[in-house]
Design a protein around this ligand. Structure first.
Ligand SMILES: NC(=O)c1ccc[n+]([C@@H]2O[C@H](COP(=O)([O-])OP(=O)(O)OC[C@H]3O[C@@H](n4cnc5c(N)ncnc54)[C@H](OP(=O)(O)O)[C@@H]3O)[C@@H](O)[C@H]2O)c1
Length: 308
């Protein structure tokens, strides 16, 4: 495809999110604000261009949060894309906020969840969000999962999310940073999607993906390429991924994303990028097919080492 082309097919095929069809390759907006997901983008013009190009290339599912920036990602989405295409599904999250130093703090009181949804509705200028993830933070380092968060019981958080859905403010309830046990507890609320870290190099979420399969819930992995945060293994740098990319004459990012798409039909991708070239690459993953041998090599990557 040339830069001016528009795809006519949904990139990656079609999945379902909160009852709506979406292309399986979407876009995550977390890379658009400044470094550390804090403050304005380095290049506003580029950030707006990435969003517009994503939609031109067939993206109809954008993942965002009011706390990206904070207030930056949503403002960019609105500036780039409003009035939105009818088929665009905007998904956000509540349950966290930023402190004055750019740290991530829990905001999981029911009234904070409601205020978070209202803030997203205002900044994105919509009456209803496609889905909203309840983002669970642990009580420790703010980057974990496990608990419903700071002693606020999960059921009261979910009750608020259900109320917001009943009021028509959100199309579906997602949950993020969950254990299998927490997801099981949340199922009666009607969960449409789960966001957990997961990639060809990080299969810690596999038991939760199994639950998503059983309950037909979309699995929307974050950090599908290993994230921009320092100190995390980057999918694009792993020697086996790089070797597979060379063999198939594609890019390492495409290998990592194609593995996710092939791994399970419940996977919906939201890779994040601030680069037009990377965006085009990520969406062109739709045309990448991994042969059986390559799948086997990649499947085995995250297995624990054999022997003592
Ligand atoms: N639910 C949650 O709690 C949660 C948490 C984190 C993230 N998320 C969502 O998940 C989305 C994805 O996660 P993420 O953005 O943190 O991490 P990611 O998609 O795994 O990785 C983003 C990093 O990969 C780079 N990248 C993207 N495409 C590339 C390519 N083709 N080749 C080489 N490098 C590439 C980006 O740099 P460039 O900008 O230079 O391309 C950036 O450094 C986020 O955008 C956000 O919407 C949700």
């Amino acid at each position: 495809m040339t830069a001016s082309d528009q795809r006519t097919d949904p990139p990656g095929g079609t999945g379902v999110l909160a009852g709506r069809p979406v292309a399986r390759i979407g876009f995550g907006a977390m890379q658009l604000p400044g470094p550390g997901v804090w403050g304005p983008p380095r290049d506003r013009h580029m950030a707006l261009a990435v969003l517009r190009r994503a939609v031109e290339l067939g993206v109809d599912h954008i993942d965002t949060a009011q706390y990206y920036g904070p207030d930056v990602a949503n403002e960019l989405i609105h500036a780039a894309l409003h009035p939105y295409p009818e088929d665009l599904v905007l998904v956000s999250k509540v349950g966290a906020e930023r402190d004055a130093q750019g740290g991530w703090a829990s905001a999981q009181q029911p009234e904070q969840l409601r205020a978070g949804v209202e803030a997203n509705l205002r900044s994105l200028a919509v009456e209803r969000l496609g889905a909203v993830n309840l983002r669970l933070l642990d009580a420790g380092d703010g980057d974990g999962d496990e608990t419903a968060g700071h002693g606020i019981d999960l059921d009261s958080q979910l009750a608020e999310m259900v109320a917001l859905r009943d009021e028509g403010k959100i199309g579906g309830i997602g949950i993020s940073n969950v254990t299998a046990e927490t997801l099981r507890q949340a199922l009666p609320a009607g969960i449409t999607c789960v966001q957990n870290p997961y990639s060809v190099l990080d299969r810690s979420g596999e038991p939760i993906l199994h639950l998503c399969q059983q309950h037909d819930i979309a699995w929307v992995p974050f950090f599908p390429l290993g994230s921009a945060f320092p100190g995390m293994p980057k999918v694009t740098e792993h020697p086996a991924v790089v070797a597979a990319a060379t063999t198939l004459a594609v890019t390492p990012a495409q290998v990592g994303l194609a593995w996710l798409l092939a791994h399970d039909p419940h996977v919906l991708l939201i890779p994040g990028t601030s680069s037009l070239d990377h965006l085009a690459e990520n969406i062109a993953t739709a045309d990448v097919r991994l042969d059986t041998d390559t799948m086997k090599i990649l499947d085995d990557l995250a297995l624990p080492p054999a022997g003592p």
